[in-house]
Design a protein around this ligand. Structure first.
Ligand code: SF4
Ligand code: SF4
Length: 350
């Protein structure tokens, strides 16, 4: 389904340009502002209570839905056949909890505010737990949206062709008129980023805020997706993968420091991550030890073998910048040119 032109860029057949996002995991503080911004805009209606098109999970951790990384879906190694996947249970997503608000607010109870019962799992249940032993325990946050993949197994899985990639920007959408709620897409997505609405009986997913990209403002101005715009540390870059003058192209293709999550699922994600760059371990006395705090093997599991080269490149460029030398990579990662953070109109005249 994907083609190779004279650059290294993979853009799906029939797609003119591919939107993409880069998230710098070194800046995420786990505040969930992105999650709320998305929820507030798109999933407040009936049947959407359990849906987080944007979620932020602690890694290492079970994630949302619980155990999604082992739930199947995606493609075989040669990319020719789909891998069978599972549909997560409602318990895996987490059911809404009932709290003792009425007792505290109206009945004079001095109990602490807490869930009534049945609070045994939910999104972020294992938040900040992480792994490792004191004084070298570790965790980081992983924000996730649909990857608007170049080779999307959700699209292929649908017998009704209800899911499709937009020609102009490669955004993957569900045609609500065509969807019959079979949930093959939920099963087929290895990232579990399609959700079934039990009220409408149709599937729903992240739409990359396409109305904002198309200019919803009073003067037709365009906006980046809400998850990106609202992020306090502004860790997301939004643009087109095939915009060779843009930071996404440079970070993904030139410096190769922005990596897809679980590339072995072979859907060719278009959301990329700058891997976490943690300090080394230290002893209880505070002496530095030359051992990675976040085991490199774990980062390879998440981001593939490219993580070694990516972290080496970041380290090299950090050193250059510290010595007072120019480093384009460090400037890109620090957004020293805010106009480049969201490059959305570059192909408007095509
Ligand atoms: S992340 Fe999942 S839902 Fe999104 S395009 Fe890829 S396969 Fe489809
Ligand atoms: S808003 Fe930004 S910093 Fe906060 S959780 Fe989301 S990605 Fe992380």
């Amino acid at each position: 389904m994907s083609t190779q032109d004279d650059t290294n860029i993979n853009v799906a057949d029939g797609v003119d340009h591919q939107v993409a996002m880069v998230m710098d995991l070194n800046k995420c503080i786990g505040c969930q502002t992105c999650t709320i911004a998305c929820k507030d805009l798109w999933t407040e209606g009936g049947g959407t209570d359990y849906m987080y098109w944007n979620n932020v999970e602690t890694k290492p951790g079970e994630g949302y839905p619980r155990g999604w990384e082992e739930s199947g879906g995606g493609w075989t190694d040669d990319g020719s056949e789909r891998v069978a996947g599972e549909i997560p249970s409602r318990e895996d997503y987490g059911r809404p909890w009932e709290f003792n608000h009425s007792e505290i607010m109206y009945e004079g109870s001095d109990e602490p505010l807490r869930p009534r019962e049945g609070a045994e799992w939910g999104p972020n249940w294992d938040e900040d737990q992480g792994a490792g032993e004191y004084p070298n325990s570790y965790y980081f946050y992983l924000p996730r949206i649909c990857n608007h993949c170049t080779h999307p197994s959700c699209v292929e899985a649908c017998p009704r062709q209800a899911l499709y990639k937009r020609e102009e920007d490669g955004i993957v959408l569900v045609d609500q008129e065509r969807c019959r709620g079979y949930r093959y897409c939920v099963e087929g997505c290895p990232y579990k980023k399609v959700y079934y609405n039990t009220v409408s009986k149709k599937s729903e997913k992240c739409i990359f805020c396409y109305p904002r990209l198309e200019g919803e403002g009073p003067d037709g101005e365009t906006y980046a997706p809400a998850c990106a715009e609202e992020c306090p540390p502004q860790l997301r870059l939004v643009g087109f993968l095939d915009d060779e003058d843009g930071p996404i192209y440079k970070l993904v293709e030139e410096y190769e420091v922005a990596l897809p999550l679980h590339p072995e699922f072979r859907t060719q994600p278009n959301v990329y991550y700058i891997p976490p760059y943690a300090p080394g371990q230290h002893t209880e006395d505070g002496e530095s030890v030359d051992v990675d705090r976040i085991p490199r093997g774990y980062l390879r599991e998440l981001f593939g073998d490219g993580v070694d080269q990516a972290l080496n490149t970041i380290e090299r460029e950090r050193q250059r910048a510290r010595q007072g030398d120019d480093s384009e990579l460090m400037e890109l990662l620090q957004h020293k040119n805010p106009a480049k953070q969201y490059r959305l109109g570059v192909f408007d005249d095509d």
